[in-house]
Design a protein around this ligand. Structure first.
Ligand code: ZN
Ligand code: ZN
Length: 339
């Protein structure tokens, strides 16, 4: 396994394009209204035009950048591919496909997740129960609900799609891209691998400098996404180590197997810290998340930290290494078994 290498300087979030595979793949960035302040998008040569990989968040700033980039390209867009449904990746899928009258390609689960998750408000008893059981007060849940309402999608969704599925292929121009589904970050995330070019469009499945979020979410509070995530990293690590990885955040890199192993190691370390903290005293998800991720401060970061903490607890709960009880306050408390 080789050390990570980053062969390119990043473009600004201003419509600048970087040729990462000359004549074949261009890299651009769009701004995001959160702590992670950008997403990488790619344009893949498709005959006389270009296929868009991921769309950016549904904001005026991103729409204005697309309005500048599309005419400046001077060549048509032939379709839009979304690696998964998260708002930074698919937020403008409907706007782009409506405007350009081109097809959208996604996995089936991600397409329907995109259709269903346009309003992230916490306006259901199940969602509020998730946060109450995690150890938050009603006032904190109310604050989250207000903050999340700012992330609703405004432009209409794409009303049809073409299905990408694990083990299948997508032809783009002269090249065939093998489709690899991954779970844990998102239910049916698709990464695209081209053996001929030696390139992986990894979406959020493999990122170079940051750890993709793996969280238990309010609509499936008993999920065990970390188990799925670790297995998905094993599968990605089957690809050649010298592959150029084009991720959706941070920098393109070489060192695929090293990075997959580092990410797995990161989660093993978090699991050890969970066992240590919950061995000292019984903790709620929120209490534990403050110890594990003390640097996170804004609302979205706090919500992601809660989901992520829950993912590590669910993994250990399934293995019988932590026990969960429901306290009189209505919160779940976790304690390491056998200490
Ligand atoms: Zn994502
Ligand atoms: Zn992302």
């Amino acid at each position: 396994m080789s050390a990570l290498r980053y062969p390119f300087e990043p473009p600004g979030c201003n419509g600048e394009l970087v040729d990462v595979v000359p004549g074949c793949i261009k890299w651009l960035r769009m701004p995001l209204p959160m702590a992670l302040n950008h997403i990488n998008l790619y344009l893949v040569r498709d005959g006389a035009g270009w296929r868009i990989i991921d769309t950016g968040f549904d904001t005026r700033a991103t729409r204005e950048l697309w309005e500048r980039i599309l005419p400046a390209l001077g060549e048509p867009i032939t379709g839009v591919v979304c690696t998964h449904h998260h708002g930074d990746h698919s937020g403008l899928a409907g706007w782009l496909t409506e405007k350009l009258r081109v097809p959208l390609h996604m996995s089936r689960t991600e397409y329907f997740a995109m259709r269903l998750s346009r309003d992230p408000s916490l306006n259901s008893w199940e969602y509020r129960a998730y946060f109450r059981q995690a150890g938050l007060t009603d006032e904190q849940v109310e604050g989250f609900a207000q903050a999340l309402s700012g992330f609703a999608m405004h432009s209409p969704p794409a009303m049809a799609y073409r299905r990408l599925r694990d083990g299948g292929e997508l032809a783009i121009g002269d090249h065939r891209w093998a489709l690899r589904a991954g779970e844990g970050h998102s239910p049916e995330h698709i990464a695209l691998y081209c053996a001929e070019l030696g390139v992986l469009l990894s979406g959020d499945q493999l990122l170079g400098r940051i750890t993709p979020n793996v969280g238990v979410l309010p609509f499936e509070p008993e999920a065990n996404p970390l188990e799925d995530w670790l297995a998905s990293l094993d599968r990605i690590a089957e690809l050649p180590d010298e592959t150029l990885v084009l991720p959706a955040h941070e920098l393109p890199f070489h060192g695929l197997r090293t990075r997959a192993a580092e990410l797995q190691q990161h989660h093993r370390q978090v699991l050890d810290r969970v066992l240590e903290f919950c061995g000292q005293q019984a903790l709620t998800v929120y209490g534990l998340s403050r110890r594990l991720f003390s640097k996170r401060s804004d609302t979205i970061d706090t919500i992601m930290a809660i989901g992520e903490t829950m993912a590590h607890l669910a993994f250990l709960l399934a293995q019988g290494r932590v026990a969960r009880t429901l306290a009189a306050s209505g919160s779940h408390e976790y304690r390491t078994c056998g200490v």
